[in-house]
Ligand binder design. Sequence first.
Ligand SMILES: Cc1cc2nc3c(=O)[nH]c(=O)nc-3n(C[C@H](O)[C@H](O)[C@H](O)COP(=O)(O)O)c2cc1C
Length: 348
Amino acid sequence: MYKLIRSILFLWQPEKIHDFVSAVLKLLDKIPLMPVLIRLIYSYRKPCLEKEVFGVKFKNPVGLAAGFDKDGDAYNALANFGFGFVEIGSLTPKPQDGNPKPRCFRLTKDKAIVNRMGINNKGIRHAVSHLQKDKSRCPIGCSITKGRDTSMADAYKDYEFSFEYLYDFVDYFVLNVSCPNVKDATKNQSLENITPIIDKLLELRIMYDDYRPILLKISPDVTKDYLDDIINLVLISGLDGIIAANTTSKREALKSNKKLISKAGQGGLSGQPLYDRSLELVKYIYAKTNGHLPIIASGGIMTPQQAMEMLDSGASLIQVYTGFIYNGPKFVKKINKFIVRTLMERQK
Ligand SMILES: Cc1cc2nc3c(=O)[nH]c(=O)nc-3n(C[C@H](O)[C@H](O)[C@H](O)COP(=O)(O)O)c2cc1C
């Protein structure tokens, strides 16, 4: 059934469909009893899915990755589809338009998306006003990043502003230093530039009574040396975990027509082609940290089996974005059911 709906939806530009679907979901969430009905159909709860990671309690380990609910105004409508958590953002202190449209493309043969959105968002204040009004039904993470016009030297000020503004309204933070679609993408993730941001936020966090975990989201395109340095930095600084990983700038072994790939142009590739690399990163980080550091696996999880493989390989939680688009609203339930079935079979 979803395949048919998808073939119709895929006739339109991805960003248009995204905005249309988000608007419909928000509308449905406002109709009395509709959220309950959607949850009845799509969510799946079992005690064995519940877990506590970095001090936050999750009803299940499947989250919605950053970028879908950039502005933080559809998280409850999305949570109805069974997500254990939703990550909003990436947000910047001030609203910004992002890159010129069109900036999002499907590579259907590869079950992939190429995007160069450029962190379009309505800014921190918009998200907070919504978070204040609409109490979240599941843990909410927030991905924060620096504004387009903020210099690298001042980047920590943007992170500081967003961190303080959001602190009482979200359950964990993610520092998005790995977006490939912004100016100075490579510089953004240099250790030299990340360290003062991390130091500042950790210093600030001490002042709060409640603890908010802070994670770092890395690029799948990192070199082994850089990855080792990042892992050391995370461990030494006392950050709470790593999200592996963001979209890739690489275009390896794609099945899509070359013309289509070149029409999509530059940007971050997500979806199926990313899976092997993100799995490799999860395994590496898990081994290197002796399983002591929480890892959220993100990147190319397109089947329940892959979700399970990520958890088996050391991920504490997983996130999906492109898989949700290609598999439809039942995807989260399918993953959770598969996890439960697998765990039960293993107990036999
Ligand atoms: C259209 C689009 C926009 C995205 N925007 C963000 C973003 O603002 N911040 C971020 O950290 N990741 C963003 N991502 C990356 C996703 O959060 C995720 O890490 C990536 O897509 C890999 O997962 P997937 O293969 O399941 O999609 C975006 C991805 C897509 C497809």
